[in-house]
Ligand binder design. Structure first.
Ligand code: NAD
Length: 502
């Protein structure tokens, strides 16, 4: 292992300059497949956070008035740079996060789609106009940028989720302070570097690193107008409460327990493949991972086939493009292994145990857990109640579609869900009755493309407006309504002491 002094230090970005933090507190960024030390990331000081916000505040004065075409063209250039660099970006992402190279490219690509969307800001930020709302009176709306906005991102999509945030905020005319996940900030920084290369002016995008203290400082800072957060329900709830108390607009996309219903008339091959990909892809560390399969009626007979197919999935370092890479950290692996043990103790049937998989040589160093499947899972068990965020699929059973829908609606989380069926009537009933943000019909991970908005229900989301799509333009702007009359030379309407426009 290299000495810590020879390891790259991740810089902050303040007022257009990449600078080394003066912090005395640093943490390691580690390859989860090998434990190799890749870089050191600072926990920024209070002064550094203040400097980043001050730079963003100063830059807002001119950025808010930058013509919409000039803003859009930066994102046109940015999407091109991301596209040209997708392979090295994915390689960095795989090294620090663990997911397979193919999936890392997907992570960058789903973010790139939001950048493409930001390039269309000219059409997205149009206001409304009504002529003659009273005699000679017109009313229109302006969608004005808010000012300094901040983003706090999780470890599991270190490319896509930062790209959900700063491109749309900046395209709308705001300036931004980003706080990436301290577990894997390297690909985020590579994307930030490309954003500057695309032409984002100094101070418009700033980056501070850190954990709880830095996040709290962003929540409290009086010059920050809005905060976008993506991460766990525990932290998101804290951020929402703290930042709204400080008068900010806040959107928090949070934890999940995503159920997929399988009806007996579903296409068996397609359904089993979809369940496995959605449960074990990214080692189960997606907020939209399917973590509970609810088998209805005779679909219960498919368990042996599902388990047999899960056994064939290959586990290994993401750079070798297996099916399942490592989980993010040793701590995450220990937490997941403990939950698997608890599931067995609490009476769920461990159909497939992925703990301590037999792997060749060096791979034993990594945070690997192979696909794990429980059947007979019921509410009340820890494996059902907690978000495992690892390659563990819980199988629950229901006698009818209505029973399955009731189970999902009784779960506190409402991030994603799916149904597998060939029946349009059943799918329609499910879609209408289910209280979950993202709904898939024979689509296991229904993450919306950027002309729609990501959403969430109940404990999975706080705040009214979601990331990207039309909603985020409203989130990152203030609607101002202007009512105007231009007087004709010699027409007097007299004094109007009523509320009516005359
Ligand atoms: P996390 O909540 O631990 O961390 C998210 C961010 O909050 C990080 O930047 C971290 O530095 C910061 N943070 C951590 N502890 C904090 C504290 N005590 N106070 C203030 N800030 C703190 O989440 P994670 O483990 O990085 O990501 C996984 C979680 O994110 C899962 O729950 C997953 O479901 C969720 N997630 C949700 C979505 C969605 O769109 N709903 C998308 C991706 C991930």
């Amino acid at each position: 292992m290299p000495s810590t002094s020879s390891v790259p230090k991740i810089p902050l970005l303040i007022d257009g300059e990449f600078v080394e933090s003066r912090s005395t507190q640093w943490r390691d960024v580690v390859n989860p497949a090998t434990q190799q030390l890749l870089a050191r990331v600072p926990l920024a000081t209070a002064d550094e956070v203040a400097a980043a916000v001050a730079a963003a505040k100063a830059a807002f004065a001119s950025w808010r008035k930058t013509p919409i075409g000039a803003r859009a063209r930066i994102f046109l250039k940015y999407q091109q740079l991301i596209r040209e660099n997708i392979k090295p970006l994915a390689a960095t992402l795989t090294a620090e996060q663990g997911k397979t190279l193919a999936d890392a490219e997907g992570d960058v690509f789903r973010g790139l789609e939001v950048v493409e969307h930001a390039a269309a800001i000219g059409n997205l930020q149009l206001g409304e106009l009504a002529m003659n709302v009273a005699g000679g009176v017109d009313t229109w709306t302006r969608l004005q940028p808010l000012g300094v906005c901040a983003g706090i991102t999780p470890f599991n999509f270190p490319a896509m989720i930062p790209l959900w945030m700063f491109p749309m905020a900046i395209a709308c005319g705001n300036t931004f302070v980003l706080k990436p996940s301290e577990q894997d900030p390297m690909v985020t920084m590579a994307l930030v570097k490309l954003a500057l290369e695309a032409g984002i002016p100094k101070g418009v995008l700033n980056v501070v690193h850190g954990a709880a203290e830095v996040v709290d400082a962003l929540c409290d800072h009086p010059d920050i107008r809005a905060i976008s957060f993506v991460g766990s329900t525990r932290v998101g709830t804290h951020v929402y409460n703290r930042a709204t108390l400080a008068g900010k607009r806040v959107q928090c996309m949070m934890g999940a327990k995503n159920h997929a219903i399988v009806l007996p008339d579903a296409h068996k091959e397609q359904t089993l493949n979809a369940l496995l990909g959605a449960a074990f892809g990214a080692a189960g560390q997606r907020c939209m991972a399917v973590s509970v399969a609810v088998l209805v009626g005779d679909a219960r007979r498919w368990i042996p086939d599902l388990v047999a197919r899960a056994r064939t999935l290959k586990v290994g370092a993401g750079k070798d493009n297996p099916d399942v890479g490592p989980v993010i950290s040793c701590a995450a692996r220990e937490r997941i292994e403990a939950l698997i043990a608890r599931g067995a103790e609490e009476g769920a049937k461990l159909e497939l145990d992925g703990r301590l998989p037999a792997l060749p040589g060096d791979a034993r160093e990594g945070n690997f857990i192979a696909p794990t499947i429980f059947s007979g899972v019921k509410p009340g068990m820890a494996v059902y109640e907690q978000e495992i965020f690892g390659p563990v699929l819980c199988i629950a059973e229901a006698a009818t579609l209505d029973e399955a829908i009731a189970l999902i609606n009784a779960n506190p989380n409402g991030n994603g869900t799916a149904i597998f069926t060939q029946s349009g009537a059943a799918a329609r009933r499910f879609e209408e009755e289910i209280d979950v943000g993202q709904v898939g019909i024979n689509v296991p991970i229904p993450v919306p493309v950027p002309m729609f908005s990501f959403t969430g229900s109940r404990a999975s989301k706080l705040g009214d407006l979601g990331p990207y799509g039309k909603q985020v333009v409203l989130f990152y702007t203030q609607t101002k309504t202007v009512t105007a009359r231009w007087f004709e030379d010699d027409v007097s309407t007299g004094v109007n002491t009523t509320i009516s426009l005359k």
